[in-house]
Design a protein around this ligand. Structure first.
Ligand code: 2PG
Ligand code: MG
Length: 441
């Protein structure tokens, strides 16, 4: 007989920023703790916060009560291995597009805890269970995946932070390294560690304290303009003895997170280094960065609403540049289709809490892979040591992951889980593939 969900419990716990979040346990016994963004897109699934005085309004006791009350009433007794059916039932129960009634944090908590329960009940590693769901293919031999088609995702590792994750400073959010030339995942981490150390030494030599931001990246006062951040990390790659660039050892990636310095009223981007830029000038500026620095991936170079400028950027960018949509696409299959039709992006960030359910996040991965678009599984800036997304990235074959810097336990929990999967499976490190050029679809 198929095991059923016996009970659903929830608890308000605190995340890496000290903000409350929802932890759900489906008995018996899978546990999932929901992450939270700071640079959120306005089209994301909507998390539920209590308001009022507790935790500055960020308490989640109402979401916890929704899990233990209304949601438990609807899901207790369901088969644990019917993820799609469970997620559809949760959506129906909520009844809104963005899950605001029950709260996307309540819904995703249950969806994620059920996923982990089902893997445990089936006696499979979580990544193997995800591979089965993601492929929607009963013929996949989940016990034999180590020798078939899984890979460990190429990590995109944060080194310098800005924007909303660093409380000011440079307006762009992350400058990251991608160890494109690393032969395997453990080596990729080692190389990124060397670069991070070189950058840290440089910051200290310049007379600054190497304090870290929300995702563990450095945010020194010497980094005033985006160019300073690109130079610091590029020089860190060279300083650690590596060859920077797409065909070298480590390349750069950037999350511009432009929505958060874009004024929608005036349609202008304020990089804080002169007059605010019109969309066309912002396109030029981002193209200049790509030309001057060894950048292989640009996330959110334009705001979530600026579709026309996204398409112009992609048209003018080099064919092999990864143009990655986060706030633009919010892990939404329909927005992804729109982006593919308009040629606005060739890669999509996949954040389960933007989607609201595991099934929807998997659907975005599947749709992207089918269209030749790169899915990049991503953590949020507010995290816990829950490492589910590491298995999600392996099981979906996403090929890339972004979880922050090599600092802070909530980040390392994901990197370490991937080390364990690498060790257990001998799966190869996914190569960073140049996505197809514009007009290829
Ligand atoms: C992003 C994420 C993770 P946040 O913008 O890609 O870095 O940030 O979780 O704050 O949206
Ligand atoms: Mg982003």
């Amino acid at each position: 007989m198929t095991p059923e969900i016996d009970a659903v419990r929830a608890l308000e716990v605190l995340d890496s920023r000290g903000d409350p979040t929802v932890r759900v346990t489906v008995e018996s016994a899978g546990r999932f703790t929901v992450p939270a963004g700071a640079s959120t897109g306005s089209h994301e699934a909507s998390e539920r916060r209590d308001g009022g005085d507790r935790y500055g309004g960020r308490g989640v006791r109402e979401a916890v009560a929704a899990v233990e009350g209304e949601i438990a009433g609807a899901v207790v007794g369901r088969a644990v291995d019917d993820q799609a059916g469970l997620d559809a039932a949760l959506r129906d129960l909520d009844g809104t597009d963005d899950l605001r009634r029950l709260g996307a944090n309540a819904v995703l908590g249950v969806s994620g805890a059920a996923l982990r329960t089902a893997a445990r009940v089936a006696g499979r590693p979580l990544y193997a269970h995800v591979a089965r769901l993601a492929g929607d293919d009963e013929s996949v031999n989940v016990n034999d995946l180590a020798r078939t088609d899984i890979s460990v995702p190429m990590p995109m590792i944060n080194v310098v932070s800005g924007g909303l994750h660093a409380g000011g400073g440079v307006p762009i959010q992350d400058v990251l390294v991608v160890p494109v030339g690393a032969p395997d995942y453990p080596t990729a981490l080692e190389w990124a560690w060397e670069v991070r150390r070189a950058v840290r030494e440089r910051i200290v030599a310049d007379g600054h304290r190497p304090l870290v931001a929300d995702e563990g990246g450095f945010s020194p006062p010497s980094v005033e303009r985006p160019a300073d951040a690109f130079e610091l990390v590029r020089d860190g790659i060279a300083g650690a003895g590596f060859d920077p660039g797409a065909g070298g050892d480590l390349a750069l990636a950037v999350d511009v997170a432009a929505t958060h310095f874009h004024d929608p009223e005036r349609g202008a981007y304020d990089l804080g280094d002169g007059d605010p830029l019109a969309p066309e000038a912002m396109v030029e500026r981002a193209l200049e960065w790509v030309e001057r620095y060894p950048i292989v991936s640009v996330e959110d170079p334009l705001a979530e609403s600026d579709w026309a400028a996204w398409a112009r950027f992609r048209e003018r960018a080099p064919d092999d540049l990864q143009v990655l949509g986060d706030d633009l696409l919010v892990t939404d299959p329909e927005r992804l289709d729109r982006a593919l039709d308009r040629g606005a992006a060739n890669a999509v960030l996949v954040k389960p809490n933007q989607a609201g359910t595991v099934t929807r996040a998997l659907a975005v991965c599947r749709r992207a892979l089918a269209a030749g678009c790169n899915p990049v599984v991503s953590a949020r800036s507010g995290e816990t040591c829950d490492a589910t997304i590491a298995d999600l990235a392996v099981g979906t074959g996403a090929g890339q992951i972004k979880v922050g810097s090599l600092a802070r336990s909530e980040r390392l929990a994901k990197y370490n889980r991937l080390l364990a999967i690498d060790d257990a499976t001998d799966a190869p490190l996914a190569r960073f593939e140049a996505p197809p050029g514009p007009g290829s679809r």
